[in-house]
Design a protein around this ligand. Structure first.
Ligand SMILES: C[S@@+](CC[C@H](N)C(=O)[O-])C[C@H]1O[C@@H](n2cnc3c(N)ncnc32)[C@H](O)[C@@H]1O
Length: 270
């Protein structure tokens, strides 16, 4: 593999061509505030036959995550001979053994999924394991509009007479989102960057952005060790966070750079 040779000094706002384990070995401990990443799922896609050392990746991710930092692991699993591999659960359990807390198990629901199985319901989701090193140091809850707004007669304290009193009150205009997040996929859903689809497994920009806004503040470090088309890096840059990207494939590193160049040409003219 013809990878980036100089991993001795890691720079932020860069995309590295490397095996992510090698890159993480060069990173200081407690370096990253948030990782949003998606690994190759089982052998669902063959990324030019590259090896995938999950346990090595998990251990290194724990080491480079700051105390209170978060790792979002977006993953599905394959079905072989009618049997789901459950690799994603095995991975989640392994993350616990290396020290992560399973802070939440969230669902990424896809709005438009093709019908795929004749003897089971169409799968329309992947897991987003939200793993933290200790308790998350940042949580900026995303809000959604409530169904009803304005004023309404609301139940008040029940008195000794047992009668439910009602009082005119203001309905809350918004509430915190649930942990099932739904996104449209495909062009203009996942992203409007046509070139991104040169990669076979892009996750939605909004998914990456929603995690970045939830678990970090501006100026913090967002990492994607297997960045593919560069979705996490792009959304970190757009939201004034530092990004750090890495992919084992030259083709995908170049793809990520192209997507980022449009946003911040100055970073690429040095
Ligand atoms: C599911 S894709 C990521 C897609 C990405 N989330 C996006 O939105 O484009 C997984 C990526 O992991 C990369 N990869 C596989 N093994 C790797 C390793 N050991 N180190 C770094 N990257 C690796 C593959 O080349 C592939 O691009």
């Amino acid at each position: 593999m013809n990878s980036d040779k100089d991993l001795r000094k890691i720079e932020l706002n860069r995309v590295y061509h490397s095996d992510c384990i090698e890159l993480m070995k060069s990173m200081d401990e407690n370096y990253v505030d948030l990782t949003v990443t998606s690994p190759p799922y089982d052998e669902l896609r063959n990324y030019n036959g590259y090896q995938f050392d999950f346990e090595g990746i998990a251990k290194n991710l724990f080491r480079i995550t700051k105390r209170g930092g978060v790792l979002v692991w977006v993953v599905g699993d394959k079905i072989k001979n009618g049997d789901r591999s459950l690799t994603c659960f095995k991975q989640a359990l392994f993350f616990q053994t290396v020290g992560f807390k399973v802070h939440d198990v969230m669902i990424y629901k896809k709005k438009n999924t093709p019908f795929m199985r004749t003897n089971a319901y169409t799968n329309c989701y992947e897991f987003m394991f939200v793993l933290s090193k200790g308790s998350p140091k940042t949580f900026n809850p995303l809000k959604v509009k409530t169904a009803r707004q304005g004023q309404e007669m609301l139940p008040f304290n029940k008195g000794a007479d047992g009668i439910n009193k009602k009082i005119l009150g203001e309905l809350k205009p918004e509430k915190t989102k649930t942990n099932i997040w739904e996104y449209a996929t495909g062009l203009h859903g996942t992203t409007s960057d046509r070139i991104a689809f040169k990669h076979p497994a892009v996750f939605p920009e909004k998914l990456a952005e929603d995690h970045i806004l939830s678990w970090t503040n501006p100026g913090e470090v967002v990492f994607d060790p297997m960045c593919g088309s560069g979705t996490t890096c792009k959304m970190a840059l757009k939201n004034n966070r530092f990004y750090l990207g890495c992919d084992i494939s030259t083709e995908y590193v170049e793809l990520t750079k192209k997507r980022l160049e449009v946003l911040s040409p100055k970073l690429f003219t040095q």
